[in-house]
Design a binder for this molecule. Structure first.
Ligand code: NDP
Length: 244
């Protein structure tokens, strides 16, 4: 119960990797605020977490007004955010020549601007407490690039720069900021891949399998906890050895 007494906000915590993160943080004793666009699903996810006091909230991370309202609600209901996990993310894949302006904007606004919105809003309270952990879920494609994902890879690479800059700004206030770059993880986001593509993908992964959301959640729990108290501004690649 290393996170007992702490409040964790997990964006996109209603399913996939975010839900696994919310579950792990709750198991570690944190009270978890689950936030997603679908409020009913966020509330249902919060209700199923181990322990008590968890809450579900509606938010569109791409909107700074929506995020500010969320942070005010979490402050009022749960007395502030100690651990922020920026996990909400979307893809709108297409080859460069077919990428529409709205595909670019939707992905950059949700993934990159979304992380900026939540960090700016949640770090005010953390600065007052002179403590906090911020963990940004980026992607290996932010390092390697990927055909058909110029918008997504750019948003994830941007999150890495955001992580490092904010870590430098907030370190003196006791706030630690890190990023995790998952490889291919078995969730709704990757479910559309045909079986043959999944097999081909697994063949490129040193450990020979796609990742499970729990593989990412355990690393978030580590970065949120006391064992990671001297780690900031870092990117941890959690991809089964896909990129070595
Ligand atoms: P899912 O599509 O399974 O879940 C996405 C979550 O984000 C949902 O809870 C969704 O809820 C929420 N969400 C989406 N848009 C918004 C928004 N604008 N505001 C608030 N919440 C939002 O994704 P995964 O679990 O697969 O991915 C989670 C994160 O991990 C993402 O950032 C993704 O880029 C990253 N990642 C995933 C990989 C993978 O292989 N799966 C690999 C590398 C990185 P709702 O729709 O109700 O808003």
């Amino acid at each position: 119960m290393e996170l007992k007494g702490q409040v964790a906000l997990v964006t996109g915590g209603s399913r996939g990797i975010g839900l696994a993160i919310a579950r792990d943080l709750a198991e570690a004793g944190a009270t978890v605020a689950v936030a997603a666009r679908d409020e009913a699903r966020a509330q249902a996810a919060a209700a199923e977490l181990p322990g008590s006091g968890h809450r579900g909230y509606a938010v569109d991370v791409a909107s700074s007004e929506s995020v500010d309202t969320l942070i005010k609600s979490v402050d009022a209901d749960l007395s502030g955010v100690d651990i922020l996990v920026n996990n909400a993310g979307v893809t709108r894949d297409n080859l460069l020549m077919r990428l529409k302006d709205e595909d670019w904007d939707a992905v950059i606004d949700t993934n990159l601007r979304g992380a900026f919105n939540t960090i700016r809003a949640a770090s005010r309270g953390m600065m007052k407490k002179r403590a906090g952990r911020i963990i940004n879920i980026t992607s290996v494609v932010g390092i390697t690039g990927n055909k058909g994902q110029a918008n997504y890879a750019a948003s994830k690479a941007g999150m890495i720069g955001l992580t490092k800059s904010v870590a430098r700004e907030l370190g003196s206030r006791g706030i630690l900021v890190n990023a995790i770059a998952p490889g291919y993880i078995d969730t709704d986001m990757t479910a559309e891949l045909p079986a043959a593509a999944r097999e081909a993908l697994a063949g490129q992964i040193t450990l020979g399998r796609l990742g499970d959301p729990a593989d990412i959640a355990g690393v978030v729990r580590f970065l949120a906890g006391p064992a990671a108290g001297y780690i900031t501004g870092q990117l941890l690649v959690v991809d089964g050895g896909m990129v070595i």
